[in-house]
Ligand binder design. Sequence first.
Ligand code: FAD
Ligand code: NAD
Length: 475
Amino acid sequence: MADNKFDVIVIGAGPAGYVCAIRCAQLGLKTACIDAFKGKDGKQALGGTCLNVGCIPSKALLDSSKQFWNLTQHFDVHGITAKDPKIDVKTMVGRKDKVVKQLTGGVGMLFKTNKITPFFGTGKLLKGNQVEVSGFDGSKQTLEAANVIIASGSVPIELPFAKFDNKYIIDNAGALDLDAVPKRLGVIGAGVIGLELGSVWRRLGAEVTVIEALPDFLGMADADIAKTAAREFKKQGLDIHLGAKVSKAEIKKGAVEVTYADKDGEHTVTVDKLLVAVGRRAFTEGLLGDGTGVKVDPRGRVEVDEHCWTGVDGVWAIGDCVRGPMLAHKGEEEGVMVAELIAGRAGHVDYDVIPSVVYTEPEIAWAGKTEQQCKDEGIPYKTGSFPFAANGRALAINEGVGLVKIIAHAETDRILGVHMVGPEVSELIAEGVVAMEFKGSSEDLARIIHAHPTLSEVVHEAALAVDKRSIHKAN
Ligand code: FAD
Ligand code: NAD
């Protein structure tokens, strides 16, 4: 095959694109992957949003800030005191950068070992499955493949009255790279980014004000979980305003004056940095040449069917640039599905069981239907809950906050949803996901032996509670 001819070309090397490229190569397909991302050093960096300015760096800073928070807030109960604890933001951000570099370099190594050809620059899909690559060095070349997979990801939504200047008004990348703890941090949007990155800087001492347009807190989570989380965030000093409409953000005397209105009238809050985290939008600018036949919906997302096929022969799209939740693991699974379909195998994503996790303190995690969704859809259901406060391991590690709630079908007992708020629930949710994928019942979970003492016993007890037979609480 000529150097510019491939079986598969993937545009974008985020978690959707790079995983897809690896699976294609594993299946014996000659694969190229084009990526336009430049890291902090101005050089090419594989891994997309997730590895460079998303999942991984946010979790690195969440960990550093959690260590500091524990030291300043929780160590005293263990009889441990530390004199005058300080945070060196430069070192903290430097550690985060090292983790990012290790992982983005790791993707490069995986490309090498799987014989994937990387191209650094911008890819544009042309008619007839050709892709024009405009390299970082100004070069242009045209590649060809039987199959092209678009995995161009997403970018933060900008508010017209609060444009990012990355000095005062910042996006996720800016909030991951502050050089000092801001005295006052404003956050527009109490979604996942607002809560995670708001928590990072709150734990390090910033006064954090979060302004959310919707009247309900964390509307996509089950109401019992959202209520517990809201109470804990309030205790931590996150000042969250719901049902609040922001109308202005003006930079005045080295600070940002934010004007918003809620049911009590108009308010102004002055902050040193303003993080705008009001969602992300699919990124498809400059991606599609004339006459490709690929359609984009009114929200800018590439239109695809349930198999991520665009309807154009050999053209597929996966990850944040298509419908569905903007989550790395959702994009990865779509990447694997498409690779397997191209190689003539069966490929499938179960869109009903995609876990969601918010990595705050306490952590929040869920999969499947909420109680409200069951009500709205007229599904007969029963629920069982168990609190971490009644779990030996949670108390031993001083983390007795939160609960696990299981929703099962009232007649068949099949698990419909698993909802959690509490310690390590980002890991515990996997048990709920496995049970749901295997079409398990609450009885199945209730009969499985869980090691003692572990946090997973809370999942076990919640399953027992579905039929009112929890052992360690009154039913
Ligand atoms: P991206 O990761 O956005 O990658 C797309 C890549 O394509 C980029 O490198 C881009 O430069 C490149 N590209 C775009 N257009 C072109 C073109 N024309 N030519 C060449 N290259 C192009 N998700 C989770 O599941 N868990 C988390 O904990 C989590 N935390 C997050 C924290 C933050 C702060 C943010 C912002 C996001 C987080 N997400 C998380 C979401 C997650 O990052 C995205 O869902 C995921 O990165 C989407 O993967 P993707 O491959 O579709 O797109
Ligand atoms: P989001 O959709 O989670 O939250 C945005 C919030 O902003 C919503 O609550 C929305 O009601 C609010 N909002 C919108 N416009 C507003 C306005 N004008 N004024 C006030 N509030 C407004 O979006 P995000 O937090 O920006 O995150 C983007 C995506 O990244 C999400 O879809 C999420 O899936 C993904 N992400 C995932 C994780 C994770 O999995 N842990 C972490 C971070 C980001």
